[in-house]
Design a protein around this ligand. Structure first.
Ligand code: PXL
Length: 281
């Protein structure tokens, strides 16, 4: 039977992030994907100014309530960028209404990067996002979000293995079975992720060549590729490798095209190869 996903993120009309990434990637992974927008923005808040922003908090519960009457099973519930911290309450209520014991709750706590929270975030966001993290089976914070979720200051670009390993263990203690921390680097020229599951003594680290530019929406592209691979039954480490490969392939396409990086990663061009990889059993 075809698997069903529900993705709960903002819609940024232009800029390739959130739902405009999650929907095509999960669809390419063969999932029947429902979308619930948390906010509507004209662009993401990264390298644009003058964007519009509409908070859709008051829609989340009515939408979830109606959807719950349909009696559908969601194989995964994928949450990301929220309009404000209080919206976490609404997302938890959605989980109550729409998830069952088999639903893979996958939380991308998308609220910051490079040591700072995103522009529109309020101070309650790390504490509120921690509540979603506690309900999740898998979380994919970047290094900034991992630190802030734990109430720690940003460890800087040079966070060492002991620091990242400590973050993984402490985040897993909040509840999630799987913790994948992105934007990890112990050496110039490399970037990668820490992959940790409850019960492991240490995370596994997977690296790729670092391309020293800021690519907007990379976290969303990586998380969506990862979830698509997990839902196609790839084991965690294999799925992370798949996500890293295709995120990097998308980044190379973007650089080769010359499109300004604020318009996001050209993931579209790698979707056929992604599908092929998922179909190799
Ligand atoms: O990619 C994360 C993200 C999602 N949604 C909005 C953003 C950002 C990052 O800046 O601004 C609106």
């Amino acid at each position: 039977m075809q698997k069903r996903a529900i993705a709960v993120h903002d819609i940024s009309c232009v800029g390739r992030c959130s739902l405009t990434v999650a929907l095509p990637v999960l669809s390419a992974a063969g999932l029947n994907t429902a979308v619930v927008p948390t906010a509507l923005l004209s662009t993401h808040t990264g390298e644009f100014t003058g964007y519009t922003h509409m908070d859709l908090s008051d829609q989340l519960h009515p939408i979830a309530q109606h959807l719950s009457t349909l009696g559908l099973h969601y194989d995964t519930f994928y949450s990301g960028y929220l309009a404000n911290g209080a919206q976490a309450d609404e997302v938890l209520r959605m989980m109550d209404l729409l998830c069952d014991a088999q639903t893979h709750i996958f939380v991308d706590p998308a609220f910051g990067d490079h040591g700072r929270m995103y522009s529109l975030m309020d101070e309650s966001m790390p504490r509120q996002m921690r509540r979603l993290v506690s309900r999740a089976r898998t979380i994919v914070p970047n290094k900034t979000e991992a630190a802030f979720l734990l109430g720690e200051p940003y460890p800087g670009e040079e966070a060492d293995e002991a620091c990242i390993s400590d973050y993984c263990c402490r985040l897993a203690q909040l509840g999630p079975q799987n913790v994948v921390i992105t934007d990890v680097s112990f050496r110039p020229g490399q970037t990668g992720v820490a992959v940790y599951s409850q019960g492991m003594a240490q995370p596994v680290y997977l690296f790729r060549e670092r391309i020293d530019r800021v690519f907007h929406g990379t976290g969303d592209v990586f998380a969506s590729f990862l979830l698509g691979a997990l839902m196609n039954n790839q084991p965690l480490e294999t799925a992370v490798n798949t996500a890293l490969d295709f995120t990097h392939a998308g980044i190379r396409e973007t650089l080769a095209s010359g499109e300004p990086l604020r318009y996001g990663v050209q993931f579209e061009k790698v979707l056929p190869a992604y599908w092929e990889r998922l179909m190799q059993k």
